[in-house]
Write a protein that binds this ligand. Structure first.
Ligand code: SAH
Ligand code: SF4
Length: 369
């Protein structure tokens, strides 16, 4: 038995699984049935599943406590349901005790999972609950994938016909600060043999990590890019987004221009509207000027309250929106959903809340694996 540190099977790519099997003297052909079981059918107990004997033997010898591989199956600490029943926030406990948050949203028969990429975040945006808690650690690919598998299982329980079709990296953390793990996780999540969320239905939201955007452009990543902007001048932005001292507004916009022209893709710009900080007509006009020539869609997000920030939501962003629309940009409001369970944007932070509605015990047992 190998003395190596156990690895998560979810951290392995398809070809790495093939290699593992062939090193063990098993035909690579079995990789497909293992992959389908885990990622398409959501099998959680591989030991009980009906595999052909060579693969069943390999699973028995290689997966489990004290063996070469384990499965990432975070425990469900809490599940919190919004009052309209359409948003579920899961607090998932990782192997080292870290609690991360994943949100499943289902509106108009469109089901979307919002995943975390880090425990905490190093970027420190002043209005964001995750930023306020600071950085704890990066998530491994398997820990990102496990959130999607969890959401898929819950969705299947609620409605066996429903499919999870959309994914946004807008949970805890900055995806491009953990870019290798994100890259690996998304390859597995979009793999058609398994989870199969279409690349065009996957959005990576970044605070503006310039080297990461450049890599997405040069490697022509098939996913959507969303850039959280929030400010139309260096000062306006730096007051809200400390990371813009490292990658300033000018270099970020240049990078977006480069991304747009090399990939031909539209960029989504996120703009959290904060009263008196970034919601004036002058700011909207400057923003339109800044984005001139970029194929941009602007998403306005009403500020959600967080404990560490005293700013308030803009009373109305209608004029702001109008200015951008008149300048020719598609500009929409992100609906304020899930607010009552602290699952709105920037409200994700592992904390105990008084209005949690955990699932009934027996229902929970089915999910906690
Ligand atoms: N780190 C990435 C993705 C996670 S944050 C990023 O910053 O883009 C996801 C989105 O929520 C970002 O657009 C962010 O600006 C926004 N957000 C954070 N805190 C918020 C708050 N309190 N109210 C509204 N939007 C918020
Ligand atoms: Fe991090 Fe995004 Fe929150 Fe900023 S808004 S602190 S980048 S999670």
């Amino acid at each position: 038995m190998s003395a190596a540190i156990p690895r998560s099977l979810h951290d392995l790519s398809f070809s790495e699984i093939e290699n593992e099997l062939s090193t063990a003297g098993i035909s690579k052909q079995h990789a497909k049935s293992l992959w389908r079981a885990i990622y398409r059918h959501g099998v959680t107990d591989l030991h009980q599943h009906d595999f052909l004997p060579p693969l069943a033997r390999w699973i028995h010898e290689s997966i489990g406590e004290g063996k070469k591989f384990f499965l990432d199956q975070p425990a469900l600490d809490r599940e919190i349901l919004s009052s309209d029943d359409l948003t579920r926030k899961f607090l998932l406990r990782l192997n080292d005790g870290q609690v991360i948050e994943t949100v499943l949203m289902g509106y108009d028969a469109r089901h979307t999972v919002c995943v975390s990429t880090q425990a905490g975040c190093a970027m420190g945006c002043v209005f964001c609950a995750t930023g306020q808690m600071g950085f704890v650690r990066h998530l491994r690919p398997g820990e990102i994938i496990a959130q999607v598998l969890h959401a898929k299982r819950v969705l299947h329980e609620m409605n066996p016909k429903a499919r999870l079709r959309n994914l946004v990296m807008m949970g805890m953390g900055e995806p491009l600060h953990n870019i290798d793990a994100v890259h690996h996780a998304l390859a597995t999540i979009s793999d058609v043999r398994g989870i199969s969320i279409g690349p065009s239905k996957i959005a990576i939201s970044t605070v503006g990590v310039v080297p990461g955007i450049l890599r997405m452009a040069s490697e022509n990543w098939p996913y959507r890019l969303a850039v959280s902007l929030h400010g139309s001048t260096e000062d306006e932005r730096a007051a809200l987004v400390p990371a813009s001292k490292r990658w300033n507004l000018e270099s970020l916009i240049d990078t977006c221009r480069h991304y747009g022209s090399t990939t031909g893709k539209r960029i989504f710009f996120e703009w959290t509207l904060i009263a008196g900080k970034n919601d004036s007509p002058e700011t909207a006009t400057r923003l339109a000027e800044l984005l001139k020539g970029i194929d941009a869609h602007i998403n306005l997000i009403p500020l959600n309250p967080t404990g560490g920030f005293s700013g308030t939501a803009s009373p109305s962003g209608v004029q702001f929106q109008k200015i951008l629309r008149n300048a020719g940009f598609p500009c929409t409001f992100r609906q304020r959903r899930g607010i009552d369970v602290a699952a709105g944007c920037g409200m994700l932070k592992a904390e105990k809340r008084s209005h949690q509605k955990p699932r009934a015990k027996d229902e929970c047992d089915k999910i906690v694996t």
